[in-house]
Design a protein around this ligand. Structure first.
Ligand code: ADP
Ligand code: MG
Length: 204
């Protein structure tokens, strides 16, 4: 009889910018390592804010990570060492495409614990795929809030500051802040009146 593999699990950590997603991912990865589990972490190469070889939080916590261009590269990097890995962390997962959903399920069926951190909404306040899909198929979802920079209330939105129409404006200093629902103003400083298409928003 074929040996049966116990299924793993999919855990999603989400919320706006500054809500502590990377901190929480790093915390879970460090605890897994304390439990002597073999851990590997990835991030898309769009996010090179602080480190090329680590994920980092706004509070300067870090964890080693492998930078990959897309899901296919992530898969290749992973499957060269798949038998040695027990926990897979992925930060800024909103910058990967929908093929991350199938890969996450595949890893879970191979018995891996998959930890995914990413933005749930765009700067326009729309769902930011593939995070909503991953939330739907996850075993566990942690939805975090940040602190509104206007009033101190819990913030569920990422406010883009200034009128930049550039599609890719990643974490540039002062470009974004957390806002509560009352103070969220999508495109407040912009000439653009229509919300971007999902395709445009996905490249934010
Ligand atoms: P995320 O990955 O969700 O963007 P991080 O884990 O990188 O968040 O950073 C969370 C940290 O950011 C907090 O612990 C705090 O030190 C800092 N921070 C800065 N601005 C805010 C804010 N508006 N609300 C909450 N935390 C903030
Ligand atoms: Mg982060």
């Amino acid at each position: 009889m074929m040996p049966t593999v116990q299924p793993g699990r999919i855990e999603v950590i989400t919320g706006p910018m500054f809500s502590g997603k990377s901190e929480e991912l790093i915390r879970r990865l460090k605890r897994a390592r304390i439990a002597k589990q073999r851990v590997v972490c990835f991030k898309p190469d769009i996010d090179l804010r602080y480190h090329r070889s680590a994920i980092a939080s706004h509070s300067a916590q870090t964890h080693d990570a492998c930078v990959v261009a897309n899901v296919e590269r992530l898969r290749e990097a992973l499957f060269t060492q798949i038998d040695q890995i027990e926990v897979v962390g992925i930060d800024e997962a909103q910058f990967f495409d929908d093929t991350l959903i199938a890969l996450s399920l595949e890893l879970m069926h191979l018995g891996k614990r998959v930890l995914i951190a990413g933005l749930d909404t765009t700067f326009a306040g729309e769902p930011f795929r593939p995070i909503p899909d991953l939330m739907a198929i996850a075993d566990e979802v942690m939805k975090l809030s940040a602190v509104c920079m206007r009033c101190g209330a819990p913030a569920v939105h990422t406010q883009r500051l200034g009128g930049s129409q550039e599609l890719v404006v990643v974490g540039a200093a002062g470009m974004y802040e957390a806002r509560c629902r009352a103070h969220f103003e999508p495109f407040a400083d912009s000439e653009q009146l229509e919300l971007p298409t999902a395709e445009v928003a996905a490249k934010m």
